[in-house]
Design a protein around this ligand. Structure first.
Ligand SMILES: Nc1ncnc2c1ncn2[C@@H]1O[C@H](COP(=O)(O)OP(=O)(O)O)[C@@H](O)[C@H]1O
Ligand SMILES: [Mg+2]
Length: 222
């Protein structure tokens, strides 16, 4: 079970894919060939169109970045990856982002459920999906749980621990890399992977605490 409540063991939401007939899932599994012995492994490197760096002194800086991104209509159909070790601040950023968008009520971490859906009161048809792939171990579950369909559908996707689902996820519009320093500061790297992501990067505060001027790298620079 992937869509659930971290506290209660089950979700108040029903997976739109829960009705998938078991038989059709088995057919899909049967058609996936096992990897050939000695097959060449192709590593696909993510596209990076532009990079920005920030330093967050505290949660207020995190909140400022979240609020700035939430102002852009592009965010509502974006895919954001969140990288960083346990405690880096991934879920905290997601909470600030969802609050800035207008999500109300308790925002649960999807650590156990893998995905938590959210909706906006003024826009209930817009899908918002918060994933945490930390416990994702079996790639066959990708289709069984309907993740392929979720990522193909419109809406906002926020993905913690994307490396655990490497090779299955789409190219993110934006990747956020959080690095908690011994002094408590968070070094923050933003990577735009699509033109939409690049536009979103431009929404970020010019120079939050500690950021140096000229902290943007563009791949199209000579
Ligand atoms: N920017 C920040 N500044 C200060 N503390 C933070 C910040 N982001 C997160 N924290 C704190 O760090 C802890 C872990 O954050 P969390 O978002 O759960 O990490 P992750 O999801 O990366 O494992 C929480 O107690 C949170 O309050
Ligand atoms: Mg988390």
């Amino acid at each position: 079970m992937y869509i659930g409540d971290a506290d209660l063991g089950k979700s108040q939401f029903t997976s739109p894919f829960a009705q998938t007939p078991r038989q059709s899932v088995q057919v899909r599994r049967a058609t996936r060939p096992p990897p050939l012995p000695g097959a060449q492994i192709v590593v696909i490197h993510p596209v990076i169109l532009e990079t920005r760096h920030q330093t967050w002194a505290d949660e207020a800086d995190c909140e400022a970045a979240a609020r700035a991104l939430a102002r852009s209509p592009l965010l509502r159909h974006a895919c954001l990856e969140l990288h960083g070790t346990l405690g880096a601040g991934k879920t905290t950023f997601v909470r600030h982002l969802l609050r800035a968008l207008g999500v109300q009520g308790r925002i649960k971490s999807p650590s156990y459920a893998i995905v938590e859906p959210h909706e906006l009161p003024d826009c209930p048809d817009l899908g918002i999906w918060h994933f945490d792939f930390y416990r994702f171990g079996d790639p066959r579950e990708w289709e069984d749980a309907g993740f392929r369909d979720l990522f193909a559908s419109p809406g906002l996707k926020l993905v913690e621990w994307p490396e655990k689902a490497a090779g299955l996820l789409p190219q993110p519009d934006l990747a956020l890399v959080l690095d908690l320093q011994p002094d408590g500061l968070r070094r923050v790297t933003w990577r735009a992977g699509t033109p939409s992501g690049r536009t979103l990067l431009a929404e970020l505060p010019a120079s939050p605490a500690g950021s140096a001027p000229g902290d943007t790298d563009r791949s199209d620079r000579p």
